[in-house]
Design a protein around this ligand. Structure first.
Ligand code: EPU
Length: 443
């Protein structure tokens, strides 16, 4: 096994970050003058939720992995810091590309300070354990959208022979070499599937994972791992079979476009679009979102890698529930809700993935929406005239929803705590301004 045993002294390249100008400061806000119509073209970035596991996968080899199409978002920069802290050398990101080489490990710990700012840091658990034989990763704890435990990640790794303990707020896992195992997820988990799939690539023997998450980001990770020499069958389906290898090699991989960023601009265009082209996306990853918008009466032309969208005269209300892929994504629920505030009729929105993902509702009410929450269900009555207000959100997608509400509202909306937005969206004010919106970042 290569790379085992901590070795310090690895050269850490200084990162040159092309997104420097977009970096949020704690007090940044977005000021939106509502009521402008949008038209023109917006380019979609690489998927945050595909980039993060791809970066973690770099730990599985001592050779260079070159990742292209990384989005210019804060979570990517945080994951690069996690990798550097573990001893990897990082070049970039520049122009959306970065090269990572984890020749040796300087540490096996993902500390609380980093994990608390980004839960997806737990993605290093599987790769670190599989290659280095030891991983100490802070438990992320609950967050704004729910408790979000990682018990299934841990259970799966234990099934593969890891000795896992939880002490002092950390998961500490050891295994001289993981062994292939069969593990059935009791319910679907995206990063859980990714963590176990990565761990299995270096295990001795065959791993069979069932009831896996089928998200495009899981498939994209399998494509990268295969390019690194892993043997993986079935990603994108419910059963994934991995034949473990002694070692993996370097590779070059371009991250898929972000389906949630795409969906967010689809909803913006459905609200106030006069002909918007959304370019550089993968329409086949958005079938549930497109079908939701069509039910609302939105006209959408689907190209090979583009959407053309126009807001209808009248939006129509309908019910919706979130579900694992290929169902309607929970990451689009808040944006859909804004659309329903402008739609004729009553719409019941059921959140089936996270227990607390209605934090945006209170702010939408302040802007004039009519929404009632009952447990994990919200009923939206529309259309209601939204008026600009000072609002703030506690998570990424809720912040995006407030920006959309600001575009549709009369008057000025100021969205506070923009750092949530900057975790997962390339600067929205820049992209929206290109479409004709009046949005500026203020301090
Ligand atoms: N769960 C457990 N135990 C586990 C794992 C998950 O109880 O060990 C529960 C979660 O608490 C949740 C459900 O299972 O109720 C599904 O969570 P999942 O594990 O699928 O979520 P995740 O992997 O932590 C990813 C995305 C999220 C996205 C969800 C659902 C990444 C880095 N994050 O999170 O993205 O909402 O899948 O699709 O891929 C976002 O981008 O804004 C975001 C939150």
């Amino acid at each position: 096994m290569h790379g085992r045993g901590a070795a310090a002294g690895c050269i850490i390249a200084r990162r040159r970050d092309g997104a420097e100008g977009a970096r949020s400061r704690p007090m940044d806000k977005l000021r939106i003058e509502g009521g402008r119509r949008l038209s023109g073209r917006v380019e979609i970035a690489g998927a945050k939720n595909a980039a993060l596991p791809a970066l973690a996968a770099c730990l599985l080899t001592g050779e260079e992995v070159r990742l292209l199409n990384l989005p210019r978002v804060r979570d990517v920069r945080t994951m690069l810091r996690v990798l550097e802290q573990l001893g990897a050398s990082v070049m970039g990101p520049e122009g959306g590309h970065a090269t990572v080489q984890a020749e040796r490990f300087a540490s096996s710990e993902a500390p609380y300070d980093l994990v608390k700012t980004m839960r997806a840091s737990v993605l290093v658990l599987g790769p670190l354990l599989a290659r280095h034989g030891h991983a100490r990763v802070s438990l992320p704890g609950g967050c704004a959208i729910g408790e979000r435990p990682i018990d299934l990640h841990i259970e799966g790794l234990a099934q593969m022979g890891a000795d896992v303990r939880i002490e002092h707020g950390y998961v500490e896992a050891r295994a001289s070499r993981l062994r292939g195992a069969s593990y059935a997820f009791p319910f679907k988990t995206v990063t859980g599937t990714e963590n176990l799939m990565m761990a299995a690539t270096l295990a001795a023997g065959t791993t069979r994972l069932s009831n896996c998450a089928r998200e495009p980001e899981v498939v994209d990770l399998a494509v990268l791992l295969s390019a690194m020499g892993a043997s993986i069958r079935g990603a994108g389906g419910e059963e994934i079979v991995v034949e473990g290898r002694e070692s993996l090699r370097g590779a070059r991989h371009s991250v898929i476009p972000d389906r949630i960023e795409t969906g967010t601009y689809l909803v913006a265009s459905a609200l106030v679009g006069d002909g918007v082209e959304i370019a550089g996306c993968r329409p086949e990853h958005l079938e549930a979102v497109v079908s939701d918008l069509r039910r609302a009466g939105v006209s959408i032309d689907v190209g090979t890698d583009t959407f053309h969208v126009r807001a209808p005269q009248e939006l129509l209300a309908h019910d919706l529930e979130t579900a694992p892929y290929p169902g309607f994504p929970t990451d689009m629920q808040a944006q859909h809700m804004v659309l329903m505030t402008q739609a004729l009729g009553e719409s019941v929105v059921a959140e089936r993935i996270f227990e607390r993902r209605f934090m945006h509702v209170g702010e939408l009410l302040r802007m004039g929406a009519d929404i009632r929450i009952d447990g994990r269900t919200a009923t939206v009555v529309g259309p209601r005239r939204l008026t600009g207000a000072q609002v703030m959100a506690t998570d990424l997608r809720a912040s995006a929803c407030l920006v959309l509400a600001g575009l549709a509202a009369e008057g000025v909306t100021v969205v506070d705590r923009v750092y949530h937005l900057d975790r997962g969206y390339e600067p929205m004010e820049a992209k929206l301004r290109l479409l004709g919106a009046s949005v500026e970042r203020v301090r």
